[in-house]
Design a protein around this ligand. Structure first.
Ligand code: THU
Length: 134
């Protein structure tokens, strides 16, 4: 159970992070915040590239930053998009969230009160994960 206060902190972090988004091609500035098993919050932004296929989403940036700090469990991901309605996380991000947070809460927020509040196993049923490698 994640408290309302903590959810507000995560939302603020995701929203604030979006200001540092590097998105000159899409102009779609996304920010994410992940809560880890240790209770810490890590932020991420989408980082685009002139070679478009190499663009990295905000969720994955945040998760890779957390993993780099030694974190191995993710309990919540909050993603902010600068849109009037919520944007669900892409398939690649769902797979990456699954690695560290197969039961993680995934909350999408935007510029209105619209919310998408699901768990990863709902977003990616029957996921391929670490357990499938024996
Ligand atoms: N993007 C994210 O960072 N997260 C999402 O959940 C959806 C899409 C980014 C990728 C790309 O830089 C831009 O938004 C447009 O797709």
């Amino acid at each position: 159970m994640i408290s309302a206060t903590l959810l507000r902190r995560l939302a603020k972090t995701a929203r604030g992070a979006a200001k540092a988004s590097y998105s000159p091609y899409s102009q779609f500035a996304v920010g994410a915040a992940v809560l880890t098993g240790s209770g810490k919050i890590y932020a991420g932004v989408n980082v685009e590239n002139a070679s478009f296929g190499l663009c990295n989403c905000a969720e994955r940036s945040a998760i890779f930053t957390a993993a780099t700090a030694g974190e191995r469990k993710i309990t919540c991901v909050v993603v902010y998009t600068p849109t009037p309605t919520v944007t669900p996380p892409c398939g690649a991000c769902r797979q990456v969230i699954n690695e560290f947070g197969p039961q993680a809460r995934v909350l999408s927020i935007c510029d209105s009160d619209d919310r998408l509040d699901l768990t990863l196993d709902t977003l990616l049923p029957g996921a391929f994960g670490p357990g499938n490698l024996g």
